[in-house]
Ligand binder design. Structure first.
Ligand code: ATP
Ligand code: MG
Length: 253
């Protein structure tokens, strides 16, 4: 079985990239063949797995706009079984360039269809917006993981995201499901975190992952070393929880 999962929330800094990289690394460590797709012009997943963006020849932009075959952009990472389609700042222009393109919402779906059979999981790291790049991701995906930061206003903006999911289900991808809601950056020292957990569970019920990601300094350090938490510090709490998450995701296969 092969599954495409988009990691989406238009809110910035909620842990989309951290989750893409470390869930991807976790699944690969558990023996799955994983492809990360960086579709954010910030390219944080790309640098987060140790790829120097200046050296990237073909990126997701060339797939979406120039129609190059996806295998020409796929790179290996330092982790066995973990590949990536990188993003560079070139992608920033795609949002506008796609407006005048035929079947512009279906470009990623078409491309990933060509390589899907080679992977058990394809994980798409979405940008913090609900524009055409996120729409492409939701259209290509079987399901979506929504990371929610355990902070004030955690649920703010979620109705827009869920509306977008419904619009995509209705018009572009009837088969799209919510894979799960992931609580991130919990600060266990505050009551606020606990309140947010309760609120989110009331809203999403059984869709909320049992695994909750705490704040962990090692998780924030790993990207600057171009590494997943699993290679950066395997014994850290961050590695432990993302490994747990990978196992939880597999348990719903
Ligand atoms: N559990 C965590 N503990 C500590 N720091 C974290 C944790 N998760 C993420 N961070 C840090 O918080 C910042 C935002 O996380 P991340 O880049 O994953 O969010 P994002 O949703 O991808 O952001 P953007 O919307 O800009 O793409 C990063 O500096 C990251 O290293
Ligand atoms: Mg990001």
């Amino acid at each position: 079985m092969s599954k495409i999962i988009a990691i989406a929330n238009q809110k910035g800094g909620v842990g989309k990239t951290t989750t893409s990289v470390n869930l991807g690394a976790g699944l690969a460590t558990l023996g799955k063949r994983v492809l990360l797709v960086d579709i954010d012009p910030q390219g944080n997943t790309t640098s987060g797995v140790g790829i120097n963006k200046a050296d990237v020849e073909n990126c997701i932009y060339n797939i979406l706009i120039d129609d190059i075959p996806p295998h020409e952009a796929i790179l290996e990472t330092k982790i066995d079984g973990l590949n990536i389609i990188p993003a560079t700042i070139q992608l920033a222009g795609a949002e506008i360039e796609l407006v005048s393109t035929i079947s512009r919402e279906l470009r990623l779906k078409k491309a990933l269809g060509l390589v899907k059979k080679n992977y058990d999981y394809i994980i798409i790291d979405c940008p913090p917006s609900l524009g055409i790049l996120t729409i492409n991701s939701l259209t290509a995906a079987d399901s979506v993981i929504i990371p929610i930061q355990c902070e004030y206003y955690a649920l703010e903006g979620l109705s827009q995201l869920l509306n977008t999911v419904r619009l995509v289900q209705k018009n572009l991808n009837p088969h799209l499901q919510i894979e799960g809601v992931l609580l991130t950056m919990l600060d266990a020292r505050t009551n606020l975190g606990i309140q947010v957990i309760e609120e989110v569970k009331k809203y999403f019920q059984e869709k909320v992952y049992r695994t909750i990601i705490p704040r962990n300094i090692r998780l924030s350090e790993a990207p600057s070393h171009g590494q997943s938490i699993i290679t950066y510090d395997r014994r850290s709490k961050g590695a432990e929880v993302y490994y747990e998450l990978a196992k939880e995701v597999l348990s719903y296969e």
